[in-house]
Design a protein around this ligand. Structure first.
Ligand SMILES: NC(=O)C1=CN([C@@H]2O[C@H](COP(=O)(O)OP(=O)(O)OC[C@H]3O[C@@H](n4cnc5c(N)ncnc54)[C@H](OP(=O)(O)O)[C@@H]3O)[C@@H](O)[C@H]2O)C=CC1
Ligand SMILES: CC1=C(/C=C/C(C)=C/C=C/C(C)=C/C=O)C(C)(C)CCC1
Length: 278
């Protein structure tokens, strides 16, 4: 009986969500003002991280930039400052929990409380399981998944104190269905992290703290160059990916798949529920 009630409630929720989505597709959502907010971006020296930094700067946010690549990270900071926006670069290895907590203490002391956290940094080994050294498999999980926990534990308390903040998880379409083993496992973890964090915030009535999950298809940044990945659909352009993500973030959308085609694999997860209900 309970299963039937659960399923009925889920169908009602799904119908309501679809109706809301259809209506919102025709209405231009109001985009929030983030002028003066302090935004921290991990992997800010990378292709998407740098574009996110520039887009957030254009929206008036002040920037804290984290990356293990000091040269690339500092270059991003220079580009942000050329827009007349404050940027603070920190060299941090996200695979090391302690270095995250130490850098977070420095940011709070030197710059202030972070109100927008963009967990963007990511790596991929992209080899078959048995051909992949354990260290590479471990690094992917540490950077793409474990780091989300440490970053959020470091900055969520201040957001909770003010009931104000936004946590953005740059996951992937490969967090919704699988091909490259290490990367997919880490991105499935990122999707699960986002969903559980969102439920936790909801349960604590912290309606001022928003979350956004970003699930792009392949983006032409070179991250997957040389990796065994076949697909007929051409890769996304980095700037288009970031601009679409920014619209979702500023509209406080809980999730965005880019392009919309990627919602298909996501919706197939409801199929799993059907098997569970049998
Ligand atoms: N490119 C794509 O096709 C897609 C990417 N994504 C996701 O988007 C995000 C950004 O991807 P993209 O810009 O393409 O990747 P890039 O490799 O261009 O950028 C990733 C950045 O993260 C940094 N980084 C890697 N390891 C660490 C670490 N241990 N500590 C701190 N920083 C680290 C990298 O530094 P370094 O260069 O020195 O390693 C790099 O600057 C990732 O999470 C990725 O999974 C999602 C969908 C598609
Ligand atoms: C387009 C498309 C597909 C393939 C998607 C692929 C191959 C995505 C790769 C994404 C990557 C590499 C993301 C990196 O973070 C499917 C699922 C076969 C069918 C639905 C449409």
């Amino acid at each position: 009986m309970i299963v039937l009630v659960d399923l009925l409630l889920m169908l009602i929720d799904l119908t309501f969500s679809i109706l809301t989505a259809v209506i919102q597709t025709f209405l231009r959502p109001r985009l929030k003002c983030i002028d003066g907010e302090l935004c921290l971006i991990t992997g800010a020296g990378g292709a998407l991280g740098r574009l996110f930094a520039l887009e957030f700067a254009k929206e008036g946010a002040r920037l804290v930039l984290w990356d293990c690549n000091a040269t690339a990270n500092e270059r991003t900071a220079e580009l942000v400052r050329e827009l007349g926006v404050e940027a603070h670069a920190y060299t941090v290895d996200l695979s090391e929990r302690r270095s995250i907590y130490q850098a977070a203490d420095r940011v709070r002391a030197e710059v202030g409380d972070v109100s927008i956290l963009v967990n963007n940094a990511g790596v991929v080994a992209g080899r078959r399981l048995l051909d992949c050294p354990d260290e590479l498999l471990e690094r992917t999980l540490l950077v793409n998944c474990h780091a989300l926990f440490w970053m959020t534990k470091a900055f969520l308390p201040q957001m909770k104190a003010k009931n104000h903040g936004h946590i953005v998880t740059i996951a992937s379409a490969l967090g919704l269905f699988s091909t490259a083993c290490d990367y997919c496992a880490s991105k499935f973890g990122a999707v699960g992290f986002h969903e559980s964090l969102t439920h936790e915030l909801l349960a604590e009535d912290l309606d001022g703290i928003k979350t956004t999950l970003v699930c792009p298809y392949i983006v032409d940044t070179g991250m997957f160059a040389g990796k065994e990945l076949k697909s007929l659909i051409p890769p996304l352009q980095p700037l288009y990916t970031v601009q679409q993500s920014m619209k979702a973030i500023l509209a406080e959308q809980q999730m965005i798949c880019i392009p919309r085609l990627m919602y298909i694999p996501f919706l197939s997860r409801y199929k799993l529920l059907a098997t569970w209900a049998k």
